[in-house]
Design a binder for this molecule. Structure first.
Ligand code: AMP
Ligand code: MG
Length: 418
């Protein structure tokens, strides 16, 4: 059986080889910034001029020639002002100074800015209480960016900093990859829609909701296809309609039960099954296949299994189709609060909480306390509440199922796509 790492690598390899990024479209930052958020750039964003475009003051103070205040107590004549947007129209000569405000251009002749806090006014003169140094408190023109330089590279996900950079360099229309459309189809005779009152043995279809959220967070566009019954003919018809979007995600019906029909219906439709089991709990019966030119996922229906397998296998697929290079799982290390003993030759993803200790007010700044992770009580992969209480998953690798208290362990943050 494939490890979850090998299964994830397989998904990435196959999707990258068979379908690249989708076609390019434009978003307009000035019209609909929220539509740009999270999109993947399909072009470089290039500096239209040098940044800063002029030597820009970073303080309120006085622009001078540093040699004029080499010793404390220098008195320089105030000859004008440079403020943000309005430059001083002249040159700072020997024995002179110009009031300058944050964001204002450094006047010709000056080579430093002295902070207002170290000066005092005496009539038309300013007294400098400290010795000045050349080159202080301004950012040199062109030091942040040179004209023509790529400031945000193609393939980057647009977040607030990237969007601010595009705005700074005057790019409001940006080329991005189209969002992959992801069909979501839950299977199961026990399922009812959210508007319906469940009978005593019926279950509300929560997976279509969590999957739509995970699709959106991963940068895709969910297409809700509702619920299909555990019946071959109807299931087949519904799966066929789900092959129209770019990716099909099914939930439920992939175990070994009599009514688990998804894999056989997929095979019947000519799908190539690339894996149908992963050494993973929750999520062992996860299916990845290729059907009519589209990637298809059969995720186990237990809600936590669906969440975990989506994060591991569907997220990188959405990313590749969006033009984003999938990266290793973004895990970090924390200290385990208590021993953990897991069984079976599989990796475990356990709902857990990681905490960071805040130093007490007034405490000596010292080495920060490491994050500590604690596994939550849970009733297995149907227990959505455990994930609600969790802020991460502890990864217990199949190579080491017995973990000791105080060990450094792998933690997958429960943010973004979780
Ligand atoms: P299955 O993977 O079809 O064997 O389903 C496993 C468990 O998950 C069963 O208890 C189902 O009732 C539950 N389940 C399956 N699909 C959903 C769904 N869409 N929403 C909530 N629970 C589900
Ligand atoms: Mg089922």
């Amino acid at each position: 059986m494939l490890s979850f790492e090998a299964a994830r690598a397989k998904v990435i390899e196959v999707v990258a080889a068979r379908v690249g990024a989708l076609e390019v479209e434009e978003v307009d930052l000035s019209q609909e910034p929220s539509r740009a958020l999270g999109r993947i750039l399909a072009e470089d964003v290039v500096a239209d001029r040098n940044y800063p475009p002029f030597d820009r003051s970073t303080r309120d103070g006085f622009a001078i020639r540093s040699a004029d205040a080499a010793e404390p107590g220098a008195r320089l004549r105030l000859i004008g002002e440079s403020r943000a947007g309005v430059a001083f129209d002249g040159t700072v000569g020997a024995g002179e100074c110009v009031r300058i405000l944050t964001g204002a251009p450094l006047p010709r002749g000056a080579n430093t800015v002295v902070m207002q806090e170290y000066t005092r006014a005496e009539g038309d003169f300013i007294v400098f209480e400290r010795a000045a140094q050349a080159g202080e408190h301004f950012v040199r023109a062109g030091i942040e960016a040179r004209v023509g330089e790529a400031m945000v590279a193609r393939g980057t996900r647009l977040s607030y900093a990237e969007m601010a950079m595009a705005a700074e360099v005057g790019r409001s229309r940006l080329k991005v990859s189209r969002r992959p459309r992801v069909a979501i189809l839950s299977t199961g005779d026990e399922l009812v829609g959210l508007g319906q009152k469940p009978g005593p043995f019926q279950i509300r279809n929560s997976n279509n909701v969590s999957l739509a959220a995970q699709v959106t967070l991963a940068g895709g566009e969910p297409v809700d296809l509702g619920i299909a019954p555990d019946e071959i003919g109807e299931l087949r018809a519904r799966i066929k309609s789900g092959l129209d979007p770019d990716i099909l995600v099914l939930s439920g019906g992939v175990s070994v039960g009599k009514y688990d029909l998804v894999e056989s219906v997929l095979r019947d439709l000519g799908a190539e099954i690339l894996f149908d089991a992963v050494a993973l709990r929750p999520g062992k019966p996860a299916v990845f296949g290729w059907c009519c030119g589209k990637p298809v996922f059969g995720l186990p229906g237990n809600p936590v299994s669906t969440m975990v397998t989506f994060a591991l296998f569907v997220v990188p697929t959405i990313e590749l189709l969006s033009g984003y290079e999938p990266r290793p799982l973004p895990h970090f290390k924390a200290k385990l609060a208590h021993p953990v003993h897991e069984k079976g030759n599989v990796a475990h993803f356990l709902p857990a909480r990681v905490t960071w200790t805040t130093p007490e007010a007034g405490a000596e700044p010292s080495t920060p306390a490491p994050p500590v992770v604690e596994v939550l009580l849970w009733e297995g992969s149907g227990d959505i509440g455990a994930v609600v209480r969790a802020n991460c998953f502890l990864i217990v690798h199949e190579s080491r199922l017995q973990l000791d208290a105080g060990e450094w362990v792998d933690v997958l943050p429960r943010r973004g796509v979780f």
